[in-house]
Write a protein that binds this ligand. Structure first.
Ligand SMILES: Nc1ncnc2c1ncn2[C@@H]1O[C@H](COP(=O)(O)OP(=O)(O)OP(=O)(O)O)[C@@H](O)[C@H]1O
Ligand SMILES: [Mg+2]
Length: 261
């Protein structure tokens, strides 16, 4: 179940548009992500976070540099990488359960097993009662939860999440944070998680990265020592811990370029 693939981002730059009106989204990214890390990525809007995640997912190839998994160049999307998009992307003609089971269907998993897995994850995201509904019958946050269930159910080695909890209420968000941490601890998946919440990044990440404003580059890369205790405190209690507050300050300072804004 645990995987041992490392992900390397090597000298990656990304440009968009044609010469003359070119936008440089990524300055130069060099990163080694070890198997089983929970990497949180924060940074100002438009700095290139989604771009980096899309490159890792294989939806596009970098203008310069390369991305490799276990030494093999990423050439396109694959079942080893599951992406939760910033805006939910569900198939409107399929009900919630079929959307969640889709990845498993591609993997030729039996119907009974598919049902078992979809039940598990629909329950986790609180959508069991909506399994037969179509996406348009769900709220935005519910669609987002369905998307999360779909990606986790298909059991990829790398889970790429682009602000997955941004549209959720505080309670649901905290519950899903805890669930995601449990899944991460149990499965040893590698998670790359974008968030605008500094507290969320520090709470979830075993490693926290901060990107500068566009063209994005990594300006902070820290390991979180919070993981050293075997059981972490819930976020509500962690907030008042000095170690937590120190990390939050460090990340916040880095996002604001060393000065409080
Ligand atoms: N397909 C594209 N074509 C042209 N420009 C793009 C494209 N995708 C992204 N960009 C540009 O690249 C820059 C980085 O965008 P990106 O979506 O990666 O930012 P982000 O850090 O995810 O921002 P946010 O926090 O607002 O989601 C932006 O200036 C954006 O306009
Ligand atoms: Mg984005």
């Amino acid at each position: 179940m645990r995987h041992d693939k490392s992900l390397v981002v090597d000298g990656v730059r990304q440009f968009f548009g044609v010469k003359g009106s070119q936008v440089q989204a990524l300055s130069r990214i060099d990163l080694v992500i070890e198997p089983g890390q929970f990497v949180c990525l924060a940074g100002p809007s438009g700095c290139g976070k989604t771009t980096l995640l899309r490159l890792v997912a294989g939806f596009m190839t970098p203008s310069e540099g390369k991305i490799t998994i276990e030494g093999k160049s990423v050439k396109g999307p694959g079942p080893d990488r599951g992406m939760v998009f910033q805006a939910a992307t569900l198939y409107p003609w399929m009900n919630v359960r079929s959307n969640v089971e889709l990845g498993l269907k591609f993997q030729k998993v039996s119907k009974a097993k598919r049902r078992e897995e979809s039940e598990r994850y629909l329950n986790m995201v609180g959508l069991s009662d909506f399994a037969e509904r179509r996406p348009y019958e769900l709220s935005g946050g519910m669609q987002q939860r369905c998307q999360i269930a779909r990606v986790l159910a298909s059991d990829p080695e790398f889970v790429l999440m682009d602000e997955p909890f941004g549209a959720l209420d505080a309670l649901t968000r905290e519950r899903l944070q805890e669930e995601l941490l449990t899944i991460w601890r149990e499965t040893g998946k590698t998670i790359l998680f974008i968030t605008h919440s500094v507290e969320e990044a520090v709470f979830l990440g075993s490693r926290v990265l901060v990107m500068s404003p566009r063209p994005g580059k990594i300006v902070l890369d820290i390991e979180s020592s919070l993981e050293e205790g075997s059981e972490r405190l819930p976020v509500s209690e962690l907030r008042s811990q000095p170690e937590f507050m120190k990390l939050v300050d460090q990340v916040r300072d880095s996002i604001h370029g060393g000065t409080h804004v």
